[in-house]
Ligand binder design. Structure first.
Ligand SMILES: NC(=O)c1ccc[n+]([C@@H]2O[C@H](COP(=O)([O-])OP(=O)(O)OC[C@H]3O[C@@H](n4cnc5c(N)ncnc54)[C@H](OP(=O)(O)O)[C@@H]3O)[C@@H](O)[C@H]2O)c1
Length: 370
C-alpha cells in the first residue's frame, strides 16, 4: 500500500461500510487504513470482505483490499504512533465505529464514550493530522426537541434521552470537544439513516421495519402531516466524504440530514408504500393512540411475522416516539459546503419495499436490538 492518509473505523457497519465501498471505487483507496475488530489482520480482512459484499461491491474491487491496510482491533486497541509506523502519515480520520443498539447493550457507554475518548486522544497525537471526523447522531436532541434543530443547540444539559445510545453519543461529543480543543475535530450528525437509494434494505433493514409496521397497521401515533428526517446511507456516506475533503469548513459541527425541505410526511410515506406495493387505498393512515396499537397485539404475528408480541409492541412504541417527534435537522450548513440535497424518503422507499419483500418485519427488526 502507499503511505496511508485516511484512517477509517466502523467499516464492517452500515455507514462505515458504505463509506468504505465508496472509497474502494476511488483512486485513493491504496491510502486508506482501516481499524477492524478481529484477532488478526487476516481475520479482519476476511470479515471486512464478507461484510462489504452486502453493498454489491464487485469482486474486482474487493480484491483491492489488502490485509496490509488493516489494523486489527477495537477503538481501545489503536496502537500509538510509535508502535505502528503506518499511523505517522495519516492526515484524515473518519470514526464511524460505535455501538448503535437501541436496546440495553452493556457495551454502549464503554464503547461510545470511554473507548471513543481513548481513540480520539491517540488520533490527536498523529503528527500530520488535518481533519478528524467523528460521527455522532442528530438524535442527541433527546425526547423534546424543537421542530427545527440547529447544530449549535446540542449537546445541551438536562436533555432527557429516550435510549442510552443517544445519551452516550451526546456525552462523547462533550468529552471530545473538551479533550481535543485546538485539534481539527469536525463532528457530523446524520439524522435517521434508512436504506440505500440503489440497494434498498439489502445492506441493512435498520429502522425500515418500523415504517413497515406502521404500514401493515395502516396506523400511526402522530399527525399524518408530521415530517420525519430520513436520509439514505449512500447519501450520508457521500456527504461525509465531502466534508472530509472540503478545503475549508466554516463550522465545527454539521448535520447530515434531510432538513425541512427534503423530509417526508407520514401521509407521503403511506402513499409511497401503497404505490410500491401496487395497492389502491381509499384512505391514508389513521392516527391512533399507543393504547389502540396495543389493543391490536393479537394480530401482530399475522401482520409482522413470527416473534415476541411484547418485544414488537415495545419496539413499535419506542420507534413510534422517535418517528413522531415531528423534528427535522437543519441542513443549511451542509448544503452550503456544496453537497447536493438528499432524495426524500418517499422517493426511494419503493426500492426498500422491494428488497424487504421476503423478510418478515419481526426479523428485520432484530438488527436494531443486537
Ligand atoms: N444508522 C443510523 O441511522 C445512524 C444515524 C445517525 C448516526 N449514526 C451514527 O453512525 C455511526 C455508524 O452507525 P452504523 O449505523 O453504521 O452502525 P453499525 O452498522 O452498528 O456499525 C457499527 C460499527 O462500529 C464497529 N464497532 C462497534 N464497537 C466497536 C469497538 N469497540 N471498536 C471498534 N469498532 C467497533 C462495528 O464493528 P463490528 O463489526 O466489529 O461490531 C461496526 O463496524 C455511529 O456513530 C452512529 O451513531 C447512525
Amino acid at each position: 500500500m502507499s503511505s496511508p492518509r485516511i484512517l477509517l473505523t466502523g467499516a464492517t457497519g452500515f455507514l462505515g461500510g458504505t463509506v468504505a465501498a465508496q472509497l474502494l471505487d476511488q483512486k485513493r483507496w491504496a491510502q486508506v487504513l482501516l481499524l477492524v475488530r478481529a484477532p488478526s489482520p487476516a481475520e479482519a480482512h476476511a470479515r471486512l470482505v464478507k461484510s462489504l459484499q452486502r453493498f454489491e461491491v464487485g469482486e474486482k474491487l474487493l480484491k483491492k483490499i489488502s490485509p496490509a491496510q488493516i489494523i486489527s482491533g477495537g477503538l481501545d486497541a489503536l496502537p500509538t504512533v510509535a508502535e505502528d509506523p503506518r499511523l505517522a502519515t495519516v492526515t484524515h480520520v473518519v470514526n464511524c465505529a460505535a455501538v448503535t443498539s437501541f436496546g440495553q447493550n452493556p457495551n454502549t457507554w464503554p464503547t461510545n464514550v470511554v473507548q471513543t475518548a481513548a481513540f480520539a486522544r491517540k488520533v490527536a497525537e498523529f503528527p500530520r493530522l488535518e481533519r478528524f471526523i467523528h460521527v455522532s447522531t442528530a438524535m442527541i436532541c433527546g425526547a423534546t426537541p424543537p421542530h427545527v434543530v440547529q447544530e449549535d443547540t446540542y449537546p445541551a444539559e438536562g436533555v432527557r434521552h429516550l435510549v442510552g445510545y443517544t445519551g452516550s453519543k451526546a456525552a462523547a461529543e462533550t468529552l471530545l470537544r473538551k479533550e481535543l480543543a485546538g485539534k481539527p475535530l469536525v463532528i457530523v450528525r446524520p439524522s435517521i439513516i434508512v436504506g440505500h437509494t440503489r440497494l434498498g434494505c439489502k445492506p441493512s433493514g435498520s429502522i425500515f421495519w418500523g415504517f413497515r409496521m406502521a404500514d401493515a397497521l395502516r396506523r400511526v401515533t402522530c399527525d399524518l402531516d408530521a415530517i420525519v428526517d430520513v436520509i439514505p446511507v449512500d447519501y450520508a456516506a457521500t456527504a461525509l466524504l465531502h466534508v472530509l475533503d472540503a478545503t475549508r469548513l466554516e463550522h465545527p459541527t454539521y448535520h447530515i440530514s434531510a432538513g425541512r425541505d427534503y423530509s417526508s410526511s407520514f401521509r407521503q410515506i403511506g402513499r409511497a408504500f401503497a404505490r410500491a406495493l401496487g395497492e389502491k387505498r381509499a384512505t391514508d393512515y389513521r392516527r391512533v393512540t399507543y393504547q389502540d396499537v396495543a389493543a391490536l397485539q393479537d394480530q401482530f404475528m399475522e401482520l409482522f411475522g413470527p416473534g415476541n408480541k411484547r418485544s414488537m409492541l415495545a419496539a413499535a412504541r419506542l420507534y413510534g416516539t422517535f418517528a413522531g417527534l415531528n423534528t427535522v435537522f437543519d441542513n443549511h450548513r451542509l448544503l452550503a459546503t456544496g453537497v447536493a440535497p438528499p432524495p426524500p424518503f418517499a422517493d426511494y422507499l419503493g426500492v426498500c419495499v422491494e428488497t424487504s419483500r421476503d423478510i418478515p418485519i419481526a426479523r428485520q427488526m432484530m438488527v436494531d436490538f443486537e
